[in-house]
Structures are given as C-alpha cells and as structure tokens.
Design a protein around this ligand. Structure first.
Ligand code: PMP
Length: 436
C-alpha cells in the first residue's frame, strides 16, 4: 500500500477499489465527446461522463454562466431568502415536465432527490390522514443512491450488506425481465403480468401501509433493463387503484436520454413524482430536483400550515444560484441545439449498430432504448470479472464506458455523430473479440 501512487492512500474514490489504488486511470481534461489523458491521448466518452453530460464536455456557455453568476452573487440561502434564478429554473423545468407535474423542490444530488421524494410521499399521506403509509416498494437490481435511504431503496443487496438495515419498511419487487428470464418482447400482456408483482407485495403488506412505489423507468446503471410493453402502465394502474404514489427516478433517464425530456413522456405514463439530477446541469455543477403536481405540493405545504407539523426540507445548496445558472445555460443548449430530438434521431442507428455485435461469442445479450444500451457478456468465473476487464481494455484502446457486473453500459452524449457511433462500435467489436 505504501507504494500507492499519487496520494490515493489519502483520497479514496468511491469504494477503496484495490485495482484503482494500484493503477489509477486519470483523466486530465475533457472537450465535447472526448476525455484526454495527461499525454493528450483522446478517449471517446461512451457514457456521457456518468450519464451526466449529454451536451458534451467543456461547454463555453455553461462555463460563462457559472463565472458570471459567481461574480454577481455566489451564494444565497434558500430558506428565508431567494434569488430569481431558482424561480426561472423551476418554471423552465415545469415546461419540460409532463402535466400535471409543475412544482419542484431543489436538492444537491440524485440521492438527495430520492430521499426528498420519499419524505414528500410520507408527508402527503400523513396530510391526507393516512399516517400508516410509510413503506416503500422498489425493485430488485435497482439503484437509487448511496445515502442510507437510497441504499435501502436500491435493490443491490451487496450495497446494503455493510450497513445492516437502518432504514426499514422497504420491500422489493422482482425484476423479472432480466435477460435470462425474459419473455417475448412486444406482448402487451407480458409487461402487465410482470408488474403484478406489485400486487403480491400489496397483498402481503397492505396497501394502507405503502407510501410509494419507486422505479427507474429504464434501470440504467444496473445494466440497462428496459421494461416490457405494458409494465409501467400496469404499475400506474395499480398505484392509482391502491392509493400508492408512483415515483419515477429519472436521475439517468431525464433530459433526453430516452428520446423525450423525461422517460415518463417516452413511455406515455405519468408518475406522481419525478426525481432528476445529473444532466440537469450537463454534469457541470451538482444539482438535483424533485417534481410534483400542484395537488401534492398544496397538500404537503398546506397541511404544514394547518397541522403545525412543518414539511421539513432544504439543503444549504438547495437551489444554489451558481447551480441554477449552470442549469439554465444547460437548458438553453438543449433547446437551441434540439438535443433531445437529435438523440431520438440517432437512436435507431446507435441501437442497430450495437446489435451487429450480437454474433460475437462473448456477447450474451444486447438491449437498449433511446440513447442508452447495455451489452451483457457471458460471465466467466467470478461474476463481473469480464465486464471490468473489458472496461479496462477499452480505456487503453480509447473508449470510456461504465461497466456493472458483466454488462457494459453505453450512454453516449447526444452530440454524437454517426462516425462517433461507428468508432465506438469498432472499438467494442475488437475488444469483445479479444476477450478471453
Ligand atoms: N438514482 C439513480 C437512478 C441513479 O442512477 C443515481 C446515480 N447513479 C442516483 C439515484 C444517485 O445519484 P447521486 O449519485 O447523484 O447521489
């Protein structure tokens, strides 16, 4: 350990990953669709940073907005004071969101946004005189954050193992369309049948105890799990029938990743609450938001006044003026460059080209939606080994992507050209063919 380079003994990125500590891969700069290492070698960004940067890196407009705002007013607490940028951004987001979601609470990270959505759900039911509704349903193999509530909500058992069970009352639906169990795509009844796993949990725990059902429309970071037709519709139907709030965690799906502003619009299913983060500022400044309807907002806020039990929310950084400036400049880029439409137009080419890799012996499954896709590799030995080996090899060959277990996840910036897709596929083809 003493020989660890670059002081990584002092700074532990994410988990203390031994491989990273022994040989950290350092990016030195980034521009448009590339990262660069210290020697100036270009590395194509196949995952938009970490699903954060659809408009590409180093955007002048965002940098300028951040710089101007820092000089104009660097901080303003959101509790008793406000600034115009937070109202302007809320209005801008309301314009992108599906009706009737038109109010936003600001937070700092995706995990904070999910935690806030959970608080809003509980407060909403309490205000409606249903205080027993405090449980949450999410899904196996889901990821919703790394704070305690996000870790509890996530369906990643390994992530929870070190912490016991400090946030109780979370139960998980089966994620039954994993490739090994997948049924025929496109059959309307199949998705609905799979969603009936929610019914199983309702029967087991009682609808009167459940506050919300939280799902990521396309589960992104856990392997790009695309819901079968009818699945999200059926969840909506069941939640409505049983008085359970439906929360879409759109921390990855939001801002054009699935072809529309939000996946709610791509799938034509409107949840009660949407969480968003990452691409809200094109990844430039930490920020997140939670969108709710007028009805939920009024219920939660008015009850605070009526009951004298205040809805407690707010972080020092909620609606930070610099983050708002970055987010507004980002939304301008998305609109001016019609980036969501651009991603929607590129998606068929991206997905078709990916499917040309299906004949390689290492490939077990390819799936995707919009501008996010996963290539699952046949596991070999310890699960996850080959995914990480592939990721490492591709970094050396000049492609940055995210790997989870044995799945390589691709979520390129929406500024990608067809030539970038071709280059990415070429690198993937060579790397998959070389995988032993
Ligand atoms: N929800 C989803 C769906 C995510 O993908 C993530 C992060 N990858 C989070 C929540 C947590 O976001 P953050 O890391 O910004 O806290």
């Amino acid at each position: 350990r003493d020989s660890t380079p670059l002081g990584t003994q002092q700074w532990l990125p994410f988990t203390p990953n031994r491989e990273f500590l022994a040989d950290p891969k350092l990016f030195a700069s980034a521009s448009r669709q590339h990262y660069y290492d210290a020697s100036g070698r270009a590395i194509l960004d196949g995952s938009s940073g970490l699903f954060t940067t659809p408009a590409g890196h180093g955007r002048q407009e965002i940098a300028q907005a951040v710089y101007d705002q820092l000089l104009k007013m660097d901080f303003c607490a959101g509790f008793t004071r406000a600034h115009a940028g937070s109202f302007a951004l809320a209005e801008r987001l309301a314009g992108l969101l599906p009706e009737p979601l038109n109010h936003v609470f600001f937070a700092s990270s995706g995990s904070d946004a999910v935690d806030t959505a959970m608080k809003i759900s509980i407060a909403y039911h309490r205000a409606r005189r249903e205080p027993s509704r405090t449980m949450f349903v999410s899904r196996e193999r889901a990821y919703h954050g790394s704070n305690l509530s996000g870790t509890a909500l996530s369906g990643m058992v390994n992530n929870r193992r070190a912490f016991g069970n400090p946030v109780s009352g979370v139960v998980h639906m089966r994620h039954t369309w994993l490739p090994e169990q997948r049924m025929q795509p496109g059959q309307p009844t199949v998705g609905a049948e799979l969603a009936d796993d929610l019914l199983r949990l309702i029967q087991l725990h009682g609808a009167e105890n459940i506050a919300a059902c939280v799902v990521e429309p396309v589960a992104g970071s856990t392997g790009t799990l695309v819901p079968p037709v009818g699945y999200l519709d059926r969840l909506r139907e069941l939640c409505t029938t049983h008085g359970i709030l439906l929360v879409f965690d759109e921390v990855i799906c939001g801002f054009g990743r699935t072809g529309e502003s939000f996946a709610a619009q791509s799938f034509g299913v409107t949840p009660d609450i949407i969480t968003m983060a990452k691409a809200i500022t094109n990844g430039a400044i930490p920020m997140s938001a939670v969108a709710v309807s007028d009805e939920i907002y009024r219920t939660v806020i008015d009850s605070a006044v009526d009951d004298g039990i205040e809805f407690f929310h707010g972080y020092t950084w909620s609606g930070h003026p610099v983050a708002c400036a970055a987010a507004l400049a980002t939304q301008d880029i998305y609109a001016n460059e019609r980036l969501f439409e651009r991603g929607r137009a590129l998606s068929p080419y991206f997905l078709n080209q990916l499917h040309t890799l299906a004949d390689l012996p290492a490939v077990f499954d390819i799936r995707g939606y919009g501008m996010i896709a996963g290539i699952e590799i046949h596991p070999d030995g310890k699960p996850g080994q080959r995914g990480h080996r592939l990721q490492k090899h591709l970094f050396e060959q000049g492609l940055h992507l995210k790997a989870t277990g044995d799945t390589a996840i691709l979520a390129p910036p929406l500024i990608f050209e067809r030539e970038d897709v071709d280059r990415m596929i070429g690198l993937l083809r060579d790397a998959l063919a070389a995988l032993d």
